[in-house]
Design a protein around this ligand. Structure first.
Ligand code: JEW
Length: 235
């Protein structure tokens, strides 16, 4: 999968070199390229923001650098992925990012992420981007970040680990939270007794049918307590 990321803070993405995703990049499974939006400015101060029409607090990202960046990156299609890219803008006003979103995006050969800053990006950029690819405005959750970078890091990690060859054991992907709408069961490891706290005896019983039933019960109970919205099918 080819991923391009445009940001005024490309250094934010340094940690992607590490751990599982770093290995996938080394193995050629993931081709992640970060770009400085200011590369597509032409004035002395490399300006990317301006005051909002209609007034109001803060600054808005100018459309011109975004237009040039997206034109160049969208036209640079890799041979294995000649189709139009999916172009993603993190936004507090976007659709919610879920495991289902990550699954959809993990099937795409080509993603472009645009990281806004300030109060966001001139709205016409999204309309222009829609002429270059399939645009999605995506929210990581109902809270306000200072820009899109942290949201893009989270999305790349969630998407990247679903690409075959990135996470070692594919069964561990199927078993986990959010793949089937329930939270995970509690996990324990040695020692069996720690600071007076015991591992639930059923896990030491060797009765695998009973263990499966207990884990299922735990998952339903935790989901009811912590995330009733998941049981109600709100998500
Ligand atoms: C998020 C991108 C770019 C995503 C999630 N937009 C906007 C905005 C900002 C602050 C105040 C008001 C509007 C900051 N900001 C972003 C925030 C994504 C940008 C600028 C974002 N929360 N926040 N889930």
């Amino acid at each position: 999968m080819r991923i391009d990321v445009v940001s005024i803070f490309p250094e934010y993405f340094g940690p992607l070199e590490m751990s599982l995703l770093g290995k996938a990049r080394g193995a050629g499974i993931l081709d992640i390229r970060t770009h400085d939006l200011r590369h597509w400015t032409h004035d002395r101060h490399r300006t990317v923001d301006d005051t909002p029409y209609g007034g109001g607090a803060g600054m808005v990202m100018k459309p011109e650098p975004w237009g040039e960046a997206l034109d160049e990156l969208a036209s640079d299609a890799p041979e294995h992925a000649p189709a139009a890219p999916v172009i993603i803008f993190p936004s507090p006003a976007g659709e919610l990012f879920t495991q289902a979103t990550a699954r959809e995006l993990a099937r795409e050969p080509r993603l472009i992420f645009g990281c806004g800053r300030y109060e966001g990006i001139d709205e016409r950029v999204f309309a222009h981007a829609a002429t270059l690819g399939r645009v999605r405005l995506i929210s990581l959750g109902d809270y306000v970040l200072n820009g899109g970078e942290v949201a893009v890091m989270a999305m790349i990690e969630a998407i990247g680990r679903l690409i075959p060859g990135v996470v070692g054991n594919p069964a561990s992907l199927v078993e986990e939270s959010h793949e089937d709408g329930l939270l995970e069961y509690p996990s324990y490891t040695k020692p069996a007794s720690w600071r007076g706290r015991e591992v639930p005896p059923i896990l030491l019983s060797g009765n695998h049918a009973a263990i499966d039933a207990w884990r299922r019960e735990q998952r339903v109970e935790r989901t009811r307590e912590r995330r009733p919205d998941l049981l109600a099918g709100d998500r």
